[in-house]
Design a protein around this ligand. Structure first.
Ligand SMILES: Cc1cc2nc3c(=O)[nH]c(=O)nc-3n(C[C@H](O)[C@H](O)[C@H](O)COP(=O)(O)OP(=O)(O)OC[C@H]3O[C@@H](n4cnc5c(N)ncnc54)[C@H](O)[C@@H]3O)c2cc1C
Length: 422
């Protein structure tokens, strides 16, 4: 008779200690599960993804971590401003004003500090965290999953659990091993970004706002992290970047210079470090669950940072994926209907933002977006989704349908003035 597989040491192993992994680990630990987190970096570590959405607050409360985040004193974000590159127009979403938005504000975060708070919170709830530990591969069998990992001692070890939660971010660890990644056609982007001092950001009521500056085929973000520290990034098509045949810093500087809405804020700006680059970050995995394996956060898929939905979706999928896994662990099942439902709901949440993101790059959508018409509270409905209300009620859904209908109409009849974008 073959030897039986050893019993699992853990209920769940989580790969990755970013927002999705910490949220999953906290959820599992708070439901009494034994959780091991494998994180390849040593925290605190730099990470991009600094502007959060008001509905993130709902997940903070679910995890019981809000008091720790509030105590850290992050920059308060009350609005999002969308500017035309030539500075001729802008529109502001004030989160306190939308009639379908329950949370009036959010925060801008330095991810090194924010991610450390979330990971320490998972620890304080009972999760064991191994930093500087790289997950290598895993094997699923009848009674559990064995994960091979390499620690700071350079040696390989194995750990066994009933379930594996993949929260490895853009490393997309388990899905890449299983060849499950699909790219969004026509959406290959590159982001160039750095922190700056001396950027002239809005003051008063608008202090703390994120600015999104739309150029013809690309866009900038400006995120105030502290009174004299602003994160500035440029997102453009990978092919356009290659065609320019310039170094990333030259492309960035030239884009700042030729974009009045950014240049007017940059007269005193100084970079605090060399620019960083992230390439080709948009994809979707064909499957988010398989027996004993659940993918959450960016390891489920990531689209585009334009509407700052990444961290909110990562954390909520971390919680939802962990709850579904916890139920499967209790039932002693490798695959359940709740896991399938998690997959379906996560795709639906991501799909809602994809609908906006895909169109943001299209002329007719941008024309309506920059000339908002709040007829029948349509702008309020859009605002609630862009505030992170990923599962909107019917009152919001029909208004969104009406808005997208107007976008289609704008192609043929001018619903609003057909302005040039950029
Ligand atoms: C250019 C850009 C700008 C963005 N801006 C925003 C924004 O303004 N607001 C927003 O909400 N989102 C933004 N995002 C998205 C946001 O960064 C992500 O959605 C978010 O970080 C996802 O969290 P996560 O926990 O899934 O992944 P991550 O935060 O990437 O965490 C994954 C963790 O897994 C670890 N890991 C990876 N592989 C392994 C392995 N094999 N073994 C062990 N550990 C491993 C990594 O070290 C990492 O700590 C942006 C993304 C990009 C690309």
């Amino acid at each position: 008779m073959p030897a039986a597989d050893p019993p699992p040491d853990w209920d769940a192993i989580v790969i990755g200690g970013g927002p999705a992994g910490s949220s999953a680990a906290t959820t599992l630990a708070r439901s009494g599960k034994r959780v091991l987190v494998l994180e390849k970096a040593r925290f605190p570590r730099f990470h991009i993804g600094e502007s959060l959405l008001p509905y993130n607050r709902r997940v903070f409360d679910q995890l019981g971590v809000w008091p720790k985040i509030a105590a850290a004193g992050f920059m308060v974000k009350r609005g999002a401003q969308f500017w035309m590159g030539d500075a001729s127009r802008h529109t502001r979403l004030d989160f306190s004003k939308g009639s379908f938005t329950e949370f009036p504000e959010s925060i801008q975060v330095e991810r090194a500090t924010f991610d450390q708070i979330l990971l320490d919170h998972a620890r304080s709830c009972g999760a064991q965290v191994l930093e500087e530990t790289l997950a290598l591969d895993h094997q699923v069998d009848a009674t559990g999953v064995t994960v091979r990992h390499r620690g700071p001692d350079g040696l390989e070890h194995s750990s066994r659990a009933a379930f594996l939660i993949d929260a490895s971010g853009l490393s997309n660890h388990t899905a890449n091993l299983a060849d499950l990644r699909d790219d969004y056609p026509g959406h290959r982007k590159i982001a160039l970004f750095a922190h700056f001092s001396g950027v002239d950001m809005p003051a008063g009521e608008e202090h703390g706002d994120i600015l999104i500056v739309r150029r013809e085929q690309s866009w900038f973000w400006l995120i105030p992290l502290a009174d004299d520290k602003t994160s500035v990034g440029l997102v453009l098509d990978l092919q356009d970047f290659k065609n320019l045949r310039m170094k990333p810093e030259q492309v960035f500087e030239e884009a700042v210079r030729s974009t009045p809405a950014v240049a007017m804020r940059f007269s005193r700006a100084e970079p605090l470090h060399a620019p960083r680059v992230t390439v080709d970050f948009s994809y979707r995995n064909r499957s988010l669950v398989s027996p004993r394996v659940v993918r959450v956060g960016d390891a489920a898929g990531f689209i585009d940072p334009i509407f700052s939905s990444g961290v909110m979706l990562a954390m909520s999928s971390g919680v939802d994926g962990a709850l579904a896994a916890a139920r499967a662990i209790d039932a002693g099942q490798p695959m359940t209907r709740a896991l399938r439902r998690y997959e379906k709901n996560t795709w639906r949440d991501v799909g809602l933002y994809w609908r906006f993101i895909r169109r943001f790059y299209q002329l007719h959508f941008a024309q309506l977006f920059f000339q908002p018409v709040n007829k029948h509270r349509m702008v309020c409905a859009i605002q609630s989704v862009l505030a992170g209300r990923s599962r909107p009620p019917l009152a919001v859904r029909w208004r969104l349908h009406a808005f997208f209908l107007l976008v289609r109409l704008q192609k043929h009849l001018p619903v609003v003035e057909r302005i040039r974008i950029g």
